[in-house]
Unconditional design. Structure first.
Length: 732
C-alpha cells in the first residue's frame, strides 16, 4: 500500500486539483490519501469531507512547517511506501504505479522521484543534484551561478548532461514529490523538524545515502508542479530560506562551512555593486592621505589626550571645550582614537584610518537602511552618492570628534523607523544612540526633538500602540541606555558644578527666550536667518554636486517640490514621512539657533542623501526617464570624483597650505630651531586666542622626537597661520 501525504498551506484550489489528479490517474496499487492541514485557519475540512470522503484529514496545531507536517502524516500512514507530494502538483496517469514498481524491483532504492514539468508542460531544467561540497555550495547558491549559468561546477552538480529520458541516480532528489519505504524513512529519522521549509529533502537524502541506499529520478513518472504556490503567500520566505540554508550546512558540514556559504549566498548584484562602492570609498579615503589630511589644533587636543591615556594612564572624563568654555564635548572620540594610535605607533594618520573605516561602515549602513525603508535600488544609489560626496569624503578624511556622527545617525534612522512601526523594543537602542551622539558632539541634542515628536504623535494618534512603551523592561533599559554612555560626563559634572546638566539646561532655555528679544545679541533676526540659509545651501552644494551652484540649486528646488508632493499624497508613505521629519525637525532648531556651525552638518549627511536617492528612484520608476536619470547619477558621481581629485579633497585653495604634510614640515623646523633644548610653543595672530591653536604642532613635534615643555622656558617658538601659509620664529 502507498500512503500519499500532502501538507496544505493556503492552497485550497491547488489541493483540490492535486487530489482530483490522483483519483483520475487511477493507480493500480492500493493507496490512501492523507492531508495535513498546516493553515492557521482551518477552512478546508468541510469541503474535503464533502468532495473527497475517502481522504484522511488531519489538523496540525499551527503551521508547524513542511517537514513536521509530513512527519505527522507519516505517523498515521498505513502504507509500507510513503509518497510525499506538494499540494501545488498534479499527477499524470500511471506515475504512482511506475514509482512503486521501480521501488519493488530495486531494494537499494532510497528516494525515487518523478520528472517535474511546469504548467506549460516544459521539463524543469534543474531537478536532482549531487551532494554539496564547499565549492559547489558557494557557486550554486550565489551570484556566480546567475552570472555564469554554464559553469562546469553547476553543470556537474545538476547533471545538466542528463537527457531526461533515462533513469538517473542523484544524491538528492526534489522534495516536491518522491516515494520512499516507510521503514527506511523511519530508520533515517524522518524529516528534521528544525527545518521549517527548504533543505529538509537535502538533509534526509544525505542520511539515506549514508545508510547505503541510492536516490533516483524516474522520467516515465510525470508530475506537473506550479512553483511556489504556497510560499509566495508569505512575506518572510527569504528569511526562512536563509535560516534553513544555514542550519543545513551547520548540521552537516560545520559552522565555518555554513558561515562561508551564507556569506557568498547573500551576495547578489546589489551587494556586488556595494562591494565596488566600498572599494571606491577606501580609494578616495586613502588616496594621498598622509600628504593631504587636515590636522587642526582641535584634532591635536584629542591626539594628546589619547597619547596621555596610553603613556600616563590619564583617562579623561570629557573632551575638548565647546564654543562655551564651561561646556565640553564628550570623551568618546578620545577613547576610540586611543587603540588606533597604539596600533599604528602614534602615527598621526592613524586617526584617518579609523575615520575611513567609519566611512566604509556608513556606506554599508546607508545601503541597509535605504534598502529597508525604500528598496535595494535606493540603498545602492544612496551608498554611491554618499561614497562620492565631496563633503562626506572630506569629513571621512578628517579624523575629528564629529567623525562617527553619520554612521550613528544612519543606525538611529533605522531604529526610529522601527519605532514608527510600533516596535518599541527599539526605544532603548534609540536612546542609547542619542546619548552616544551627545558624547561626540553636543549639537546633536537637536535629534532628541525628532524622537520626542514621534512619541508625541504616537501618543496623540495611536494611543493603543503607544501604551507598549510602559513595559517595565523597555523603561528600565531605556533609562540604562541613557545613563550608561553619559557616565564619564556625569562624573565630571559632579566634580565641576554640573555644567552639562544644570548649566546646559539653563543656557538652552536662555537661548530660546532670547529669540523673542530679551537679548539683543541673540534675538531673532531675519539677516541671521538668511546667513544660515546661505550657509546650509553652500554645504548642500558641497554634499551633492560641488562643481555647480546652479545644478545644486535646481536639485534642491526639485527635492522640495517632490517632498511637498509626497507629504500631501493620500497613500501611506511612512518611510518618506520619517526621513522628511528627521530632516525638518533638526533643521528648524538649527535655523532658529542662527549660528552657522559645521558641528550641525554631519547629522544631515545621511538624511539628505537618502531623500535625494529616494527622489531619483521615484523618477527611475518612470520607464521613459529611467535611462536619463541613470546617466544623471553617473554625471554626478564622476563629476564629484573629478572635483575631489582636482582640488586635493578640499574646497579652498588655502586649505592646501595647512595639510598634515605641511604641518609635519613645520614641526621639523620647530625641532631644528630648538636644537634639543627645552622650549615652549606659542600661538600668534588670528586663531591664537584659542587654547588648542598649537596643540597639533605639540603632538607632531612630540611624535617626531621632542615635544614642547609644560614649564616656562627661555626658548619660546611662535607659530602663526595666515593665507600666506605657516610661519614660525623664536621672537615675538
Amino acid at each position: 500500500m502507498v500512503s500519499i501525504i500532502i501538507v496544505n498551506y493556503k492552497v485550497e484550489k491547488e489541493l483540490i486539483a492535486c487530489i482530483s489528479s490522483i483519483l483520475k490517474s487511477e493507480p493500480k496499487v492500493s493507496y490512501e490519501i492523507i492531508v495535513v492541514d498546516n493553515d492557521e485557519k482551518k477552512t478546508i475540512e468541510k469541503r474535503l469531507r464533502n468532495k473527497f470522503p475517502q481522504v484522511k484529514y488531519m489538523k496540525s496545531s499551527k503551521n508547524i512547517g513542511y517537514g513536521a507536517g509530513n512527519n505527522l502524516g507519516a505517523k498515521f500512514a498505513k502504507g509500507d511506501f510513503l509518497f510525499f507530494l506538494n499540494p501545488d502538483t498534479t499527477v499524470s496517469k500511471d506515475s504512482i504505479d511506475i514509482l512503486y514498481t521501480f521501488m519493488k524491483k530495486n531494494h537499494n532504492a532510497g528516494m525515487v522521484a518523478p520528472l517535474l514539468f511546469d504548467p506549460e508542460d516544459n521539463v524543469y531544467p534543474y531537478q536532482g543534484s549531487n551532494a554539496f561540497n564547499l565549492i559547489s555550495a558557494i557557486v550554486v547558491l550565489s551570484f556566480f551561478n546567475k552570472l555564469f549559468r554554464s559553469n562546469i561546477i553547476s553543470s556537474k552538480f545538476f547533471h545538466k548532461k542528463w537527457n531526461k529520458r533515462d533513469v538517473e541516480e542523484f544524491d538528492v532528489v526534489p522534495g516536491t514529490a518522491f516515494m520512499i519505504r516507510k521503514s527506511i524513512f523511519q530508520k533515517a529519522g524522518m524529516f528534521d523538524e528544525e527545518f521549517f521549509l527548504y533543505f529538509e529533502e537535502y538533509d534526509l537524502a544525505i542520511r539515506i545515502k549514508k545508510m547505503g541506499y541510492k536516490n533516483y529520478i524516474i522520467p516515465k513518472a510525470k508530475v506537473l508542479h506550479i512553483w511556489e504556490a504556497s510560499t509566495k503567500k508569505r512575506r518572510d520566505i527569504s528569511r526562512i530560506f536563509s535560516q534553513s540554508r544555514y542550519y543545513f550546512f551547520k548540521k552537516n558540514y560545520g559552522r565555518l562551512f555554513a558561515f562561508i556559504v551564507s556569506l557568498f549566498s547573500n551576495l547578489g548584484k546589489h551587494e556586488l555593486f556595494l562591494g565596488f562602492i566600498i572599494i571606491l570609498t577606501m580609494f578616495l579615503g586613502l588616496f594621498r592621505i598622509r600628504e593631504l589630511m587636515p590636522f587642526i589644533g582641535d584634532q591635536g587636543w584629542y591626539y594628546l589626550s589619547a597619547r596621555d591615556i596610553l603613556i600616563y594612564g590619564q583617562i579623561p572624563l570629557v573632551g575638548i571645550a565647546s564654543s562655551h568654555p564651561w561646556l565640553h564635548q564628550g570623551p568618546f572620540w578620545t577613547y576610540l582614537l586611543t587603540p588606533f594610535l597604539r596600533l599604528f605607533n602614534f602615527d598621526p594618520v592613524s586617526g584617518a584610518y579609523l575615520t575611513i573605516i567609519l566611512g566604509a561602515l556608513s556606506i554599508v549602513g546607508i545601503y541597509i537602511v535605504g534598502s529597508a525603508l525604500f528598496g535595494k535600488r535606493v540603498g545602492i544609489i544612496a551608498s554611491l552618492l554618499y561614497a562620492t560626496s565631496p563633503l562626506a569624503v572630506y569629513y571621512m578624511r578628517f579624523p575629528y570628534h564629529t567623525s562617527p556622527i553619520p554612521l550613528l545617525t544612519i543606525i538611529l534612522t533605522f531604529s526610529l523607523y522601527k519605532i514608527t512601526q510600533n516596535k518599541f523594543g527599539y526605544l532603548p537602542l534609540t536612546i542609547f544612540l542619542m546619548s552616544v551622539l551627545y558624547n561626540f558632539e553636543i549639537a546633536t541634542v537637536v535629534l532628541w526633538g525628532s524622537l520626542v515628536s514621534i512619541l508625541m504623535y504616537k501618543f496623540l494618534k495611536e494611543r493603543k500602540n503607544f501604551r507598549q512603551i510602559f513595559n517595565k523592561k523597555i523603561i528600565f533599559f531605556s533609562l540604562f541606555s541613557f545613563l550608561t554612555p553619559l557616565l564619564p560626563i556625569i562624573l565630571y559634572d559632579v566634580r565641576n558644578g554640573f555644567p552639562h546638566t544644570l548649566k546646559f539646561a539653563a543656557w538652552s532655555i536662555y537661548r530660546a527666550v532670547s529669540l523673542f528679544g530679551y537679548n539683543s545679541n541673540q534675538a531673532f533676526s531675519m539677516n541671521k536667518i538668511i546667513i544660515m540659509f546661505n550657509f546650509l545651501f553652500d554645504n548642500f552644494r558641497k554634499l551633492i554636486f560641488a562643481q555647480s551652484n546652479l545644478i545644486s540649486f535646481l536639485i534642491l528646488v526639485a527635492l522640495v517640490g517632490w517632498a511637498i508632493y509626497m507629504l500631501t499624497k493620500r497613500e501611506k508613505t511612512g518611510s518618506y514621512n520619517l526621513i522628511f521629519f528627521l530632516l525638518l525637525v533638526p533643521f528648524i532648531f538649527i535655523v532658529l539657533n542662527q549660528t552657522p556651525s559645521d558641528a550641525y552638518l554631519l547629522l544631515f549627511f545621511p538624511i539628505v542623501i537618502l531623500i535625494f536617492s529616494s527622489f531619483l528612484d521615484f523618477l527611475m520608476n518612470k520607464k521613459i526617464i529611467f535611462f536619463p536619470v541613470f546617466i544623471f547619477i553617473l554625471i554626478l558621481t564622476i563629476g564629484n570624483i573629478h572635483f575631489m581629485l582636482r582640488n586635493d579633497f578640499s574646497f579652498y585653495k588655502s586649505s592646501k597650505l595647512f595639510t598634515l604634510d605641511k604641518r609635519i614640515q613645520t614641526s621639523r623646523w620647530i625641532l631644528n630651531i630648538a636644537q634639543n633644548k627645552d622650549y615652549n610653543l606659542k600661538g600668534k595672530g588670528p586663531g591664537s586666542e584659542y587654547q588648542s591653536f598649537t596643540m597639533n604642532y605639540e603632538y607632531l613635534s612630540w611624535w617626531l622626537g621632542q615635544g614642547p615643555s609644560k614649564t616656562n622656558e627661555k626658548l619660546k617658538i611662535y607659530i602663526s597661520e595666515s593665507e600666506k601659509g605657516i610661519k614660525i620664529d623664536n621672537s615675538k
